[in-house]
Each structure stands twice: as structure tokens, then as C-alpha cells.
Design a protein around this ligand. Structure first.
Ligand SMILES: [Zn+2]
Length: 498
């Protein structure tokens, strides 16, 4: 087989892999949005057939042969084709290392764990969920060993979400963030800010209209991106031509859906702006969870909670909710949307305290993998760290250790992505401000400059770059959390006048 034949074959194989993933993702998306409650078993059958097909499409001699020819001739390939072959080979190797039985057993374990967790959370019944924590940790440790027996098991899991990241690096990054953020939290958390109006009842139909307006303000192409409603907001993408976001409306919390739309909109823009030439290949999507979160959290917090953005938002709220917002000034709205206060729930946390929620989870995950924490002392460890880092008492497990779905779904090592994303985003802002008038253009309602900068420096590359390459390439400097600490210090000075 020559190089051209191998490239042709690769294209055919990748198209099949894409089609299989497209079908599976769409079925999963349907499960979250429209499918009837009782459809789970039937869907499970289809998904397990497709998952097996997906495995076979990746792990087979034909693909190995094609990749072998391409990697042998890598110097004659275009940049994109070389990267395609390298990334796909790496994906294949990893997939093959974990035995199929382990993958299936883990799938079954986490399916069950998610159901149990759901009820445990509703009933505040940690004991029923506890055994699953130990089983999931044990399975993940085995999987890490299959993937790379020379590396620490938790480091392997971290690398699954953020390639190139490990505990040594994260300890240093989070150490710096902790030292920078804790004094700020102590300083502002007792200062009062008026925010009563954020809990006023706002008509859901009008909130839907607000979502549409926000999406068009952000420059999201509605021809390739829709919005649905789900319990927990998320973004899904099948290719850059078909991206879906979801939100959840609460009549007494207009900011909740509003910022979900801006956050998920940030994820959507990343996918919508990956390069055409990468579509239907293994390089098509965002490069990592951390970089994806950098985009969503950049739009949600750095842009979405800026004075410039609030100056666009304020007239919309006054027009859509004239009674609810008649006694609120633009400045009061800005301050309320940026109020910082230690709280129990990660997903509702403000920009300042959010990182501490992540650091707590990171430290617990490390201890779960080292054996220092097991299901037996997990809640007390959680509660102790919440007291130590955020100064608050956790009243029950429902609002404590049971609040997130990640662990029940088998994702350990995922949480750090959120904090990394926030910090990447602040560094991107610093670099972007050297090139364009970021907040001036947002204030004038023009997102094209910001979107264009991100598309050009980050989005279009998809998986062409490893996550550790994204910040240095886009910003011209090595990643450092100092930008994030500086950004937050400045922001809080403005919000609190301190
Ligand atoms: Zn997100």
C-alpha cells in the first residue's frame, strides 16, 4: 500500500468512525432531551451494539496497517495528515490496552452507580452510594495500570482529560491559586451587595426569548446550533455543522439560565469554529476538557460578567422584565452578578470561590487514589475541607459530597479542568487585550473581534494542538495562574470598591 492509498483508506475508515459516533451521540442527546423515561433499556441495547462496532472500527489490523504506512512516511505527509495519523494511532493504542471486559464492566458499574447516586442525592442517603465509590476507584486504578503501568494511577486519569497534566504540575498551580485567592475570599465575603432582584420571578417564555437574543449577540450561527432544555445544561457536538446546547429555566433565577446559555455558547463557538478540513477526522473537536472550559468560562465570566457585557444585558432585562427590573440600576446589576460569597454548591458558586470547590475535589481525588480516603471517611473529609477552605459548615451530604454527578459517572480527574479553564481564559484575555479593544467591542455589541481572535488562535486548531501547547501558542507565554489571580483582584476591586 502506498501513501496515497493509505490516505484514501484512512478517509473511509474515519468516516465510518465519525458516523458511528454521530449515531451514538445523537441517541445519547435524545435520551437527555426528548426520549420517554421508559426507553432506557431499549436504548442500552442499541448503544452496546454501536459501542462494540466503534471498538472494532478502531482496533483492527486494517487500520493498523494504514497507520503504519502513514507513520513510516510521516515526512511526506501534510501537517494535518501527519497529526491525524499520530493522534489516531495514540487513540487506538490506548483503546486496545484496556481489555474489552473491563470496559463493559465499567460501563455497567457506572450506569448502575448513576441511578443509585441520583436517588441517594434526592434522599440524602450517602450510605447507599458509598460502595460504588470504592468500586469505581478500584476500576479506574486498574484502567490506569492498563494504560500506563509506569505512571501514577491518578496522573493517568488526569491525562485523560488534560493531556500533559499531572499532580506535580497541578499541586504547584493550585498551590499558587490557593495562596492568591484565599485572602481575597476572606476580604470580600462579609461585604454586602444588593442582589434581591435576581430572585424575582421572571416569565419562562420571556427567558426563552432572552436566550435567543444572547445567542445572536454572541454571534452563534443558529443554522448550525440549536438550544434545548434539560435538567443540567450541556453542549454536544456531532461536527462543526451540528452543535447543540441546552439550558434549564427557573422562574425565580433568571441569571441561572442566562449564564448557562453564555457558558454553553462558549463551548458551542469553539466547536463551530474548528477548521473545515478537520471535520470527520479524529482532529475535529476541541482538544481537551480544560481548553473547552477555558472557552465556556471565558464567555460566561470574563466577558459575560464584565461591565461591557452588562451594559448590553441591562436594556434587554429592562425590556423583557419591566416590572421585575424597574428599580434596578445597571451598576447594581453588575455588582449583583459578580457578588462573591462562599457557598455549598459548586455549580452555583461565583467566579472567585469556584476554584476552591475544584481544589477541594482535586485533593479528595488524590486521597481516594492513594487510599488515604475511602467511602468510609469521604463525607467527613469533604466537610472538613469545606470548613477549612471556604469557612462553611456542610449541613448534609445532599449539599455536600453527593452534589455532583461526575464520580458516579466514573469521571475522576475531570474537575481540575474547570479551574484550569478559568486560568487559561484569564491569560487569553491578557494576550487578547494587546491585539484588540476587547471590552470596547463587546460594549458596542460587536463580538466578531473577540470571536475572531479565539477562532484564529485556538478554535480552528481542534486537536491539531495538545492542550499544553494551546496557551503558549495563543498567548506567546507559558501558562501561569498569575494572570487569573491578577484578573480576579482587579475585578473585585471594581465590584466591591476595595
Ligand atoms: Zn462547561
Amino acid at each position: 500500500m502506498n501513501v496515497n492509498e493509505a490516505l484514501e483508506k484512512l478517509e473511509q475508515i474515519e468516516l465510518k468512525i465519525y458516523a458511528n459516533r454521530h449515531a451514538m451521540s445523537l441517541i445519547n442527546y435524545d435520551a437527555y432531551t426528548r426520549a420517554p423515561k421508559g426507553s432506557g433499556d431499549a436504548r442500552g441495547k442499541t448503544l452496546s451494539v454501536l459501542a462494540e462496532e466503534g471498538y472494532k472500527l478502531m482496533v483492527n489490523d486494517a487500520l493498523r496497517e494504514v497507520l503504519g504506512v502513514l507513520l513510516e512516511n510521516r515526512d511526506s505527509l501534510s501537517e494535518v495528515d501527519r497529526r491525524r495519523a499520530e493522534v489516531l494511532f495514540e487513540d487506538l493504542e490506548k483503546m486496545q490496552r484496556i481489555p474489552m471486559e473491563e470496559v463493559i464492566a465499567f460501563q455497567e458499574l457506572t450506569n448502575k452507580a448513576q441511578d443509585v447516586w441520583h436517588d441517594a442525592k434526592v434522599n440524602n442517603d450517602y450510605a447507599s452510594f458509598a460502595p460504588y465509590i470504592d468500586k469505581i476507584v478500584a476500576s479506574l486504578k486498574r484502567q490506569s495500570k492498563y494504560i500506563d503501568s509506569d505512571r501514577d494511577a491518578y496522573d493517568v486519569q488526569l491525562g485523560e482529560y488534560e493531556k500533559g497534566m499531572d499532580t506535580k504540575k497541578l499541586d504547584a498551580i493550585f498551590g499558587e491559586m490557593k495562596a492568591g485567592l484565599r485572602p481575597l475570599i476572606e476580604k470580600v465575603s462579609s461585604l454586602p451587595i444588593r442582589d434581591d432582584f435576581l430572585r424575582r420571578k421572571c416569565d419562562i417564555a420571556k427567558q426563552r426569548e432572552l436566550s435567543d437574543r444572547l445567542m445572536s449577540l454572541m454571534g452563534i450561527d443558529r443554522n448550525h446550533c440549536t438550544i434545548d432544555e434539560t435538567e443540567h445544561p450541556f453542549t454536544d457536538n456531532f461536527s462543526k455543522y451540528d452543535v447543540r446546547i441546552t439550558t434549564h429555566y427557573y422562574d425565580d433565577a433568571v441569571a441561572s439560565s442566562l449564564y448557562s446559555v453564555v457558558h454553553e455558547g462558549g463551548h458551542a463557538l469553539y466547536e463551530l469554529h474548528t477548521a473545515d478540513e478537520l471535520q470527520y477526522t479524529c482532529l475535529a473537536s476541541g482538544t481537551s476538557m480544560g481548553v473547552h472550559e477555558s472557552q465556556s468560562r471565558f464567555y460566561e465570566n470574563i466577558i459575560g460578567r464584565s461591565r461591557a457585557f452588562v451594559s448590553r444585558l441591562y436594556p434587554m432585562l429592562r425590556e423583557l422584565f419591566p416590572n421585575e427590573y424597574s428599580d434596578v440600576s445597571e451598576d447594581e446589576l453588575y455588582r449583583a452578578l459578580n457578588k462573591a460569597e462562599p457557598s455549598l454548591i459548586r455549580t452555583e458558586a461565583d467566579e472567585l470561590t469556584y476554584t476552591m470547590h475544584i481544589i477541594i475535589r482535586y485533593e479528595i481525588e488524590k486521597m481516594l487514589f492513594s487510599g488515604e480516603v475511602t467511602s468510609a471517611n469521604l463525607p467527613e473529609t469533604w466537610n472538613r475541607l469545606y470548613k477549612e477552605y471556604l469557612g462553611i459548615d456542610v449541613p448534609d451530604d445532599k449539599r455536600g459530597v453527593l452534589q455532583d454527578s461526575h464520580w458516579s459517572g466514573g469521571a475522576m480527574g475531570y474537575f481540575p479542568s474547570y479551574a484550569l479553564g478559568s486560568a487559561y481564559g484569564a491569560q487569553m484575555l491578557a494576550a487578547m487585550q494587546k491585539d484588540i479593544d476587547v471590552f470596547g467591542s463587546i460594549k458596542s455589541g460587536d463580538f466578531s473581534k473577540v470571536n475572531g481572535w479565539l477562532e484564529n488562535k485556538i478554535h480552528r486548531y481542534g486537536r491539531m494542538l495538545d492542550p499544553t501547547e494551546v496557551v503558549p501558542k495563543a498567548c506567546g507565554s507559558e501558562f501561569s495562574p498569575k494572570y487569573y489571580i491578577e484578573y480576579l483582584s482587579e475585578k473585585l476591586k471594581d465590584v466591591y470598591g476595595i
